[in-house]
Design a protein around this ligand. Structure first.
Ligand SMILES: [Zn+2]
Length: 265
């Protein structure tokens, strides 16, 4: 489930493989993945150009074709990228295939075809158009602004963290991890969080994103002291040895340690 650390890892892969190569052609294998753009338009705008640089905002990856035209990829639940030599067949679930003049290809794969491919005028335009909140990893989202935002927010804290219009990039799995590390129950109402809770949560948010990005969002490489490797009902809490519990929160299944993350009224 690509969340911010996964998309950041895809961005780095894109930067490492696919920049500064002339695009020879573009094949759209799954037109329903296109959002507000047709396959011929996409092909016209991309062919003959090269990706100059990439940006990420929340779970969106943007690749600049020039200052005013960016390819936008959203990976939904199952998306990924693969760069490969042109003689090979594209990987399974390829929905978008970018062919470069050097013979290499970049495939965008979406197994469940949730996600999308579009064009935008730039990162700021995308943020505006999608109504996205600040990127969760933006250094400007410091403790002061985090507290100000959280104090104005109603509802449960897990729902707030996962709301892309509030803070962009965090999904179901990493919100559980942040709340576990901050010892906050996912259903706690945001307005009841203490100064200390908000400090712990902000610290956990920063820490979780930093470590997950460093370890390329590979679950097998995440610390065993984290909730994430134990994210199943009945597993043992790495902190207290208690049983991990599964609940529903914000319409998703949340995992938590009821001992470490006590519910307050
Ligand atoms: Zn525990």
């Amino acid at each position: 489930v690509p969340e911010l650390p996964d998309v950041e890892t895809l961005k780095r892969y894109f930067d490492f493989t696919a920049l500064h190569q002339t695009i020879d052609g573009v094949d759209v294998h799954a037109p329903r993945m296109l959002h507000e753009v047709s396959a011929p338009t996409l092909r016209d705008r991309m062919t003959g150009r090269a990706f100059e640089r990439t940006e990420r905002h929340g779970k969106f990856l943007l690749a600049a074709l020039d200052d005013a035209c960016w390819l936008v990829l959203h990976f939904g639940m199952t998306g990924g990228l693969e760069y490969f030599e042109g003689e090979r067949n594209p990987p399974e679930y390829t929905c978008l295939l970018v062919r470069f003049a050097n013979g290499c290809r970049l495939a965008g794969m979406w197994r469940r075809r949730l996600g999308r491919i579009s064009l935008a005028g730039g990162p700021a335009e995308l943020v505006e158009h999608e109504g996205l909140g600040p990127d969760a990893n933006d250094p400007d989202l410091d403790l002061g602004s985090f507290k100000r935002m959280m104090r104005r927010r109603r509802g449960a804290v897990k729902a707030a963290l996962m709301d892309q219009g509030f803070i962009a990039g965090i999904g179901n799995v990493y919100s559980d991890e942040m709340l576990f590390q901050a010892r906050i129950h996912p259903q706690t109402l945001t307005r009841t969080l203490s100064e200390r809770d908000l400090g712990s949560l902000h610290r956990a948010l920063r820490h979780v994103l930093r470590i997950a990005i460093e370890r390329q969002a590979d679950p097998a490489r995440l610390p065993s002291t984290w909730l994430l490797p134990h994210r199943e009902q009945g597993a043992r809490c790495p902190r207290c040895g208690g049983k991990i519990e599964k609940t529903r929160s914000a319409g998703r299944s949340a995992y938590l340690c009821p001992r470490c993350q006590q519910k307050r009224s």
